[in-house]
Design a protein around this ligand. Structure first.
Ligand code: M6R
Length: 364
């Protein structure tokens, strides 16, 4: 049932404030302002190394989590495409944890990676949406993301609920290792509790994004840029646009612009810059100046401070409320998803069932 939405994807984008609140309520003690994970069959304090493996959007959720895990728990993390991880004979550190992430829990390459990690003696933790799936059954432990059924082929609410679950896990490991103080934990939990409200605010950008999408729909190629956790979000934005609008898009880390992709930029090239005003904002401003100098059309997704301080000609600034950096990838997902959605609707594609794609990729 699509409710009063035209597509499942729209319904699933719009239900995110409610759904993510549910996920957080499962992993947080709201009264105590602490993270409270279910009992796990391994000691979080003892984890020496983490390998994260998944495909597509789930992989990008893992790539965001890598930043959180390294920051909060100071544990080395490697994030890898499941189809590469499984065949590379990746050496895995004893005492390591492998995290597999999958909406369906049935993705062939992710499942094979799980089996490989187990053979290597790793503990395997599955972050899945479907609790009865093969991946959930075979893992040593499961953290369900509780997004409810996701029908649209393009993953939206599963992505943000994966992020919510992984954010809680990162804080729990940081606490277990004594690297986050109780105050840090309270502060982070309070920030997580604000996410549903911030997402509701972000959804209000929809009419603006719809207008902007008329320009994007005319583009041959679109570039997405971000730094830090906004880099995987840039990759996710590009994937989402390709997948449902069939417009070619690339995501890049801001710092990589000079190493090749800048050659693509001319007056016809829209560049979506995902840049809240964070500690590396200035670096992103230099990237935007480079884009602007070559006539690239900047679409800046930022906050009021970022909009104020970015003295570049942007064709559009999408302005979100100010928020703590840790919650940005969850909230900034909303405009990223809406950009792809509205552009695809204008292109007239089959948004929920894009060509050549399946919701669950059970063959490699
Ligand atoms: O079910 P999974 O999360 O394992 O699926 C992984 C990818 O196939 C999936 O995220 C795909 O990239 C989406 N269609 C992207 O929107």
């Amino acid at each position: 049932d699509k409710g009063n939405h035209r597509h499942f994807m729209a319904k699933e984008i719009y239900e995110q404030p409610e759904v993510i609140a549910h996920t957080f309520s499962h992993y947080l003690d709201l009264a105590a302002e602490t993270v409270s994970l279910p009992e796990l069959p391994f000691d979080l304090a003892q984890i020496q190394h983490i390998s994260i493996t998944a495909c597509g959007t789930a992989l990008y959720a893992g790539a965001v989590a890598e930043y959180w895990l390294e920051r909060f728990a100071r544990v080395p993390v490697s994030t890898d495409i499941a189809s590469e991880f499984r065949y590379r004979e990746t050496p895995l550190t004893p005492g390591g944890l492998t995290i597999v992430i999958s909406q369906s829990g049935e993705t062939a390459d992710t499942l094979a990676s799980l089996r490989y990690a187990k053979e290597c003696g790793q503990k395997v933790l599955a972050v899945v949406n479907v609790p009865t799936s093969t991946i959930a059954r075979e893992a040593d432990a499961v953290l369900p993301i509780l997004a409810g059924p996701e029908i649209g082929v393009a993953s939206t609410k599963a992505f943000t609920c994966q992020l919510a679950t992984l954010a809680c896990l990162s804080v729990a490991i940081g606490r277990a290792k004594g690297l986050l103080s109780q105050d840090d934990e309270h502060r982070l939990v309070r920030a997580f509790m604000e996410v549903p409200r911030l997402m509701t605010e972000a959804l209000k950008l929809s009419p603006e994004i719809e207008v902007l999408s008329r320009t994007l729909a005319k583009a041959q190629d679109v570039l997405y840029l971000g730094r830090g956790t906004n880099f995987p979000l840039a990759l996710e934005g590009a994937l989402k646009l390709k997948e449902i609008s069939y417009i070619h898009a690339e995501g890049y880390a801001g710092g990589e612009l000079k190493h090749g992709p800048i050659a693509l930029i001319d007056e016809t090239m829209p560049v979506v810059v995902i840049a809240p005003h964070d500690r590396i904002f200035d670096k992103t401003v230099s990237n935007m100046e480079e884009v602007a100098a070559r006539g690239g059309k900047i679409i800046l997704v930022t906050d009021p401070k970022g909009a104020d301080e970015a003295h570049v000609d942007a064709v559009q600034k999408l302005i979100l409320p100010e928020m703590p950096a840790t919650v940005c990838p969850m909230v900034y997902s909303i405009p990223v998803q809406l950009i792809a959605y509205h552009t695809a609707v204008i292109m007239g594609t089959d948004v929920d069932q894009p060509r050549n794609l399946a919701k669950s990729v059970t063959v490699e």
